[in-house]
Every structure is written in structure tokens, then in C-alpha cells.
Design a binder for this molecule. Structure first.
Ligand code: COA
Length: 145
């Protein structure tokens, strides 16, 4: 697996992974076009078969926010998510970000375990933040400094 920044031709592959991941925000092609145009930072994991994962983040003052992140269901558990997350955290460190933050569905136990293993801690909860299905959001944060 090789990881690299998102390019124009990646959008279809990203949308195919997103469609298989009801846990994440369902963005449009237009949203990912903004990523390809560097309005947000994005990485894809790529194998010979095509794109197997993606992560989108943005800089918010002295923090980075992870906005959308998924690995293809049949490619999970092989460290692809860890590589994409490290790419984003390393990017944050290049401009002195002190913290990484994100929101995750409170029911998303696999993602919560994954983030815990990468030193994120729960710093807040937004009741009934999500619809379809309704769920609370947990706000997680990890120190980068
Ligand atoms: C969270 C997510 C991106 C992690 O991606 P990943 O490539 O599976 O991550 P990794 O392989 O680096 O780590 C997964 C962990 O689960 C374990 N695991 C084993 N089999 C697994 C499987 N079939 N599925 C998921 N995790 C598995 C891995 O061993 C690993 O544990 P470790 O860190 O102790 O080694 C992925 O589970 C996913 O896309 N989930 C759905 C979308 C989502 O919830 N996104 C986050 C929303 S904020």
C-alpha cells in the first residue's frame, strides 16, 4: 500500500469507499473536488487494485481537524488506517499544530478503539448530533506537540 495526497482522478474511488461506509459523513463529488484542489488536505491509500482508503483533514488555527476518514471494508485491519492517520498528524506537525481533533459517532466502537490506540482521548459529547440513524457525537483529541 502506498499513501499519497488526493488528486483529481481519485474522486470516484473515494466515493465508492464512502458508499460502503455508513458510519461516515456522505460527502458529494463536489466536496472531494475541493480536496483535490487543496482547499482541504487529503490522502489516499492505493494498492494495485485501486484506492483502498482516504482521509480528509483541515487546518483550524493551531489544530488539525479530521473531517472524513475510511478504509474499504475488505482492506481493514492491515494498518492502512494507521498510515493515513500518521500522514495527517505528520502534516499537522509541519505547521506546528498542537492538537488533532475529530467527531465520531458514539456507537462506532471500532473507530473509537482505533483512535484510542492512537492516543486520542474523549474531550466532549454532543447529544443527538447525528441523524439517520440518530446518535451522539464524541469529540476526540490527541496532542501533537
Ligand atoms: C477506523 C478505520 C479507518 C481504521 O482503518 P484500518 O485500516 O482498519 O486501521 P488499522 O488496520 O490501522 O487498525 C485497525 C485495528 O483493528 C484491528 N482489526 C483487525 N481486523 C480488523 C477488521 N476486519 N476491521 C477493522 N479492524 C480490524 C487491527 O488489528 C487494528 O488493531 P491494532 O491497531 O491493535 O493493530 C476503519 O475501521 C474504517 O474505515 N471504519 C469505518 C469508517 C469509520 O468509522 N471512520 C472513522 C469515522 S470518524
Amino acid at each position: 500500500m502506498k499513501s499519497r495526497r488526493v488528486q483529481d482522478g481519485d474522486i470516484e474511488g473515494i466515493l465508492a469507499i464512502q458508499a460502503a461506509c455508513p458510519e461516515i459523513a456522505q460527502w458529494t463529488a463536489w466536496d472531494y473536488d475541493r480536496v483535490a484542489r487543496d482547499e482541504m488536505a487529503g490522502w489516499v491509500g492505493e494498492e494495485d487494485s485501486g484506492i483502498v482508503g482516504f482521509l480528509v483533514a483541515r487546518k483550524v488555527v493551531n489544530e488539525i481537524e479530521i473531517l472524513n476518514f475510511a478504509v474499504s471494508p475488505n482492506a481493514r485491519g492491515r494498518g492502512i488506517g494507521a498510515v493515513l492517520l500518521q500522514d495527517a498528524l505528520s502534516w499537522g506537525k509541519t505547521f506546528g499544530a498542537v492538537q488533532a481533533i475529530l467527531e465520531v459517532r458514539a456507537s462506532n466502537a471500532a473507530a473509537l478503539r482505533f483512535y484510542e490506540r492512537h492516543d486520542f482521548r474523549t474531550v466532549g459529547r454532543r447529544a443527538r448530533y447525528y441523524n439517520e440513524p440518530p446518535d451522539d457525537a464524541l469529540l476526540l483529541a490527541a496532542n501533537l506537540a
